[in-house]
Ligand binder design. Structure first.
Ligand code: FAD
Length: 482
């Protein structure tokens, strides 16, 4: 081997860098392998962060457009796409630059290249260069490891029948904002598609969305989604549910798309821009895992135990590549567990050795406007599983802060187990819902009941107060809710 490390981490996304940094902090000699020029993976470069930089701008624009009703009118916004793009790039640059500095500070060796497994003790790294991470000829090295963490993430699914055309993009392409779109089609009504749709619509695009399933934002309770849908109805010309895209033709005047299913228009429809947001596929089959005997499922996921270990004792895996939900905060926590277990084994620390991923719940957030956030069991799920729940629902029409903000369309819902009285789930729809869902996650982790939450003094007037109120509703001690 050209170099040897205690730990090699394959992939520099939220899972990979979190694992590498934790392991280095615990005293291991660590290398982090990443094919692209910057650390941060999908999340920082082409996911969570750039999308939120754009969504923030969209939210402010939307807010301002409502201000005339409140007595302050602004002029028409003048959008400078190049400047907006530069802002987004500055945001991601600041964060990925921060990661590079943190890696250096911790003496984590960053190896730029494409990694693939040689065996259960060695990784081959073929050096890459340039923004697209193309191979640098002849620059190959083999690094030896005592332990490996696979954190190679996932990629957007591409529909095979869509032609190659700059007007057909995935989320990465959509974030580039290179195509001006009067009329945009979102294929897939999940979080990523609807977030990007929000941005484009605020900047002037008319939206169609096509979804195979009977609802948008699958996974969230219908009552939450309904509030979002009502508030956003003005963005959409056509919401096609139980419908599939079956073909597309690239013509000079646009992309002509054909549909099949319940909501399908009979004729092909013309779009300036088509966003494919039909899910993500794990990169498990692209790293020669078989050379080390690491099991990979047909779909490309790598099965792991609660300590994030694969079927091979020296190889761990974390993040999108180990399964759903494909979320950055899950990847980070898994990364910490893997790093701690490995440090425990290599340094003989019994306490670290016992580290395991035992999160009861993982919150989900759609950063749309309003935001939709949910955690733990949903009402639909409780019904399906026959779990009896007591519901506490607090409508924001009764929240002083929401009314003062001119945004009282939302509500806060808590679900308690009818037998144990403990909170087992909850959902929020409304502005800043994503910032508040963590409190429900904490309450679930702590096994709180409605009294614990209702008697916790929340500051007035805040949107977070609605959590205490919802708990009081569930507890039946609240009489003044309209
Ligand atoms: P990744 O972030 O995918 O990182 C994997 C890294 O490994 C990449 O940098 C890749 O280049 C590198 N790599 C892969 N194979 C190799 C190889 N063979 N050699 C070298 N390097 C390799 N999640 C949230 O929690 N909140 C959000 O708001 C959110 N918004 C999103 C918005 C969009 C548009 C998208 C696409 C995703 C979003 N996600 C969000 C999901 C989130 O980005 C992922 O869950 C997260 O990035 C997963 O982290 P990871 O470490 O598992 O993998």
């Amino acid at each position: 081997a050209d170099q040897a490390f205690d730990l090699v981490v394959l992939g520099g996304g939220p899972g990979g860098y979190s694992a590498a940094f934790r392991a280095a902090d615990l005293g291991l000699k660590v290398a982090l392998v990443e094919r692209y020029a910057t650390l941060g993976g999908v999340c920082l470069n082409v996911g969570c962060i750039p999308s939120k930089a754009l969504l923030h701008v969209a939210a402010v624009m939307d807010e301002v457009s409502h201000m005339a009703d409140l007595g302050v009118a602004f002029g028409e916004p003048e959008v400078d796409i190049a400047k907006l793009r530069a802002h987004k790039n500055k945001v991601t640059g600041k964060l990925t630059g921060g990661l590079a500095a943190m890696a250096k500070m911790r003496k984590v060796t960053v190896l730029r290249g494409v990694g693939s497994l040689v065996d259960a003790q060695h990784l081959k790294v073929e050096a890459t260069e340039g923004a697209t991470g193309q191979a640098k000829t002849g620059a190959v090295q083999t690094v030896a490891f005592k332990r490996l963490i696979i954190a190679a993430g996932s990629q957007a699914v591409r529909l095979p029948f869509l032609p190659d055309d700059p007007r057909i993009v995935d989320s990465t392409g959509a974030l580039e904002m290179q195509v001006e779109a009067e009329k945009m089609l979102i294929v897939g009504g999940g979080i990523i598609g609807l977030e990007m749709g929000t941005v484009y619509s605020t900047l002037g695009s008319r939206l169609d969305v096509v979804e195979m399933l009977p609802t948008l934002m699958t996974g969230a309770d219908r009552d939450l989604v309904k509030v979002w849908q009502k508030f956003n109805a003005h963005r959409f010309d056509n919401i096609m549910l139980n419908t599939k895209t079956v073909g597309a033709e690239a013509k000079p005047d646009g992309i002509w798309v054909t549909f099949e299913g319940e909501g399908a228009p009979k004729e092909p429809q013309r779009y300036d821009l088509v966003l494919q947001a039909v899910g993500r596929t794990p990169n498990g089959k692209k790293i020669a895992a078989e050379n080390a005997g690491v099991a990979v499922t047909d779909r490309g996921f790598i099965p792991v135990d609660v300590q994030m270990r694969t079927n091979v004792p020296s190889v761990f895996a974390i993040g999108d590549i180990v399964g759903q939900p494909m979320l950055a905060h899950k990847a980070v926590h898994e990364g910490h567990v893997a790093a701690e277990v490995i440090a425990g084994e290599l340094l003989g620390d019994e306490k670290l050795k016992k580290s395991q991923f035992d999160a009861r719940v993982i919150p989900s957030v759609a950063y749309t406007d309003p935001e939709v956030a949910w955690v733990g069991i949903t009402e639909d799920e409780a019904k399906a599983k026959g779990i009896k729940v007591t519901k506490g629902l607090f409508p924001w029409t009764a929240s002083g802060r929401a009314i003062a903000n001119g945004r009282d369309e939302g509500f806060t819902k808590l679900l308690f187990d009818e037998e144990s009285h403990r909170i087992i789930g909850g959902g929020i729809v409304g502005t800043h819902a994503g910032d508040m869902i963590g409190e429900i996650a904490l309450a679930i982790e702590m096994g709180a009941d409605a009294v614990d939450i209702g008697k916790t003094i929340h500051p007035h007037p805040t949107l977070g107060e609605s959590l205490g109120m919802a708990a009081e509703v569930a507890h039946g001690s609240c009489t003044d809710i309209p």
